[in-house]
Design a protein around this ligand. Structure first.
Ligand code: GLN
Length: 481
């Protein structure tokens, strides 16, 4: 049996039936990581001892109990901006290169309580800023479908680890598509939950009003399993809420489903092949009885990205102020370098510790928030954010879900966009509005352009994760038949 290819459900069944042990399952992944990760570079840290000891715990549980939690003994990979106690957590930045997490993020605590097995921490764009994983301070991850291409970003390591069968599932974070776009580029499922559905406690903050942790999995069913475990109210995150079962699942009922297709998402800039594949996926729902309706999201498409690139850097400039060479992280003083004053320590530590893209965003955000520019940029962006929310509220009166491409193109070549930040930013065009409004969205594989996967994005109303996953599951099933 090829243990590394199993989904969560299959692996769980195998463990319960004692077809293999959790240690065997874990070792199958660790062996693969050792063999293949030189090629992909999906992992920054491998937690072999932790994984084996967690697997042993599950094995002894299986001997004692009839039932075990669904995630017990199942190996996962964790994006390197989510804290795992006593494990290095770098956010792919030099400034945190030797930082050891002092506690578990809430989602990790919940997974550990289930008996999950943590294989390691995955590569990403530095502090989750990027769409290709090329902004990692430690080198880029490669797309398992084509090693000359990017896996997407910023959770590229997590998506590549799932697609390359270097873990059974993974966690990512999504501030403007960082779960969905790598999911789409690597041909796996990526769920960005509603803002507040999953606690952000223990997630290294990028832009706190936009960040969400979510699962990257091989199947839609697996995404639901992981989401159900990691979601819920957390006293350590005051923006978190109890979201479970807000909407009872509509299981496989396509007949009265109303699907909105925003016309602006199929306008200029989209790869014609991607357009064809996504449209034919939507047609499949129509053939199954759904009503397809063209809708318009004028503000979302026209202004979401510009709004995001004001609000996000503003929050970044505030959140990243803590890395100053004194509190924690890299410091020029620890290198015994000369620093003439406290300010000099700040300036040199930050200049050496942060990469180019991070510094660019801190500068942009500082500028947008500065006296004299605050009203013109930040305040205006917040007002447009409200208009974007109204766009969605209006269309969600008419339709149940929206379907769009996840990304305008399949995975691009390594090096293709890194030299042009604006070109890189444009690859997020279909994703940012969802984060600005806080909606849930899932990307599922819906076809290929030659060997490169294409993703279908399904956007739902707040806290309707169950519904979008059920709807995604319908496509997955019909595609497998
Ligand atoms: N491409 C987005 C950015 O660079 C991704 C952010 C994210 O989702 N973490 O800001």
């Amino acid at each position: 049996m090829e243990l590394h290819k199993l989904t969560i459900t299959q692996a769980h069944q195998g463990l319960v039936k004692r077809e293999f042990s959790a240690v065997e399952l874990t070792k199958a992944f660790l062996d693969r990581i050792e063999k293949l990760d030189k090629k992909f570079f999906a992992y920054l840290t491998i937690t072999k001892n932790l994984a084996i000891s967690q697997a042993k715990t599950t094995d002894s549980l299986i001997l004692r109990e009839k039932e075990i939690p669904i995630l017990a003994g199942i190996p996962l990979a964790v994006k390197d901006n989510i804290l795992v106690e006593d494990v290095r957590c770098t956010a792919a930045s030099k400034i945190l290169e030797s930082y050891i997490a002092p506690y578990d993020a809430t989602c990790i605590k919940k997974l550990k309580a289930q008996g999950a097995v943590i294989l390691g921490k995955t590569n990403m764009d530095e502090f989750a800023m990027g769409s290709s994983c090329e902004h990692s301070a430690f080198g880029p991850t490669k797309n398992p479908h084509d090693l000359t291409r990017v896996p997407g970003g910023s959770s590229g390591g997590s998506a590549a680890a799932v697609a390359g069968n270097l873990c059974c599932y993974a966690l990512g974070s999504d501030t403007c598509g960082s779960i969905r776009q790598p999911g789409s580029f690597c041909g796996v499922v990526g769920l960005k939950p509603t803002y507040g559905a999953v606690s952000r406690y223990g997630l290294i903050a990028m832009a706190s009003s936009l960040d969400q942790i979510g699962p990257i999995t091989k199947t839609v069913k697996d995404a639901k399993i992981v989401f159900d475990v990691i979601s819920g109210k957390d006293p350590f995150d005051s923006t978190s809420v109890e979201s479970k079962s807000k909407v009872k699942s509509q299981k496989s009922k396509v007949d009265d489903l109303r699907i909105g297709v925003p016309k602006e998402y199929f306008a200029k800039g989209i790869d014609p092949e991607v357009e064809k594949i996504v449209k034919s996926a939507i047609k499949k729902y129509e053939a199954l009885g759904a009503n397809i309706e063209e809708v318009s999201l004028p503000y979302s498409t026209e202004h979401a990205l510009a709004t995001y690139y004001i609000i996000m850097p503003s929050e970044v400039s505030a959140n990243l102020a803590r890395y100053d060479g004194i509190k924690y992280g890299y410091s020029v003083t620890s290198n015994r370098q000369q620093a003439t004053s406290l300010l000099d320590v700040y300036l040199k530590s930050r200049a050496e510790g942060f990469g180019e893209e991070v510094r660019r965003r801190i500068m942009l955000g500082t500028y947008a928030l500065s006296a004299g520019y605050y009203e013109a940029y930040y305040l205006k962006a917040q007002k447009i954010r409200t208009l974007i929310r109204k766009d969605f509220e209006r269309v969600f009166k008419k339709v149940d879900v929206l379907m769009t491409p996840t990304s305008p193109t399949p995975a691009f070549k390594l090096g293709e966009k890194i030299v042009d930040p604006l070109l890189m930013y444009l690859s997020d065009i279909y994703m940012g509005a969802v984060n600005l409004v806080g909606l849930p969205a899932v990307s599922i594989p819906c076809g290929k352009v030659t060997n490169l996967p294409v993703g279908l994005q399904i956007i739902g109303k707040p806290f309707e994760e169950d519904r979008i996953l059920d709807i995604a599951g319908i496509f997955e099933k019909s595609n497998c038949l």
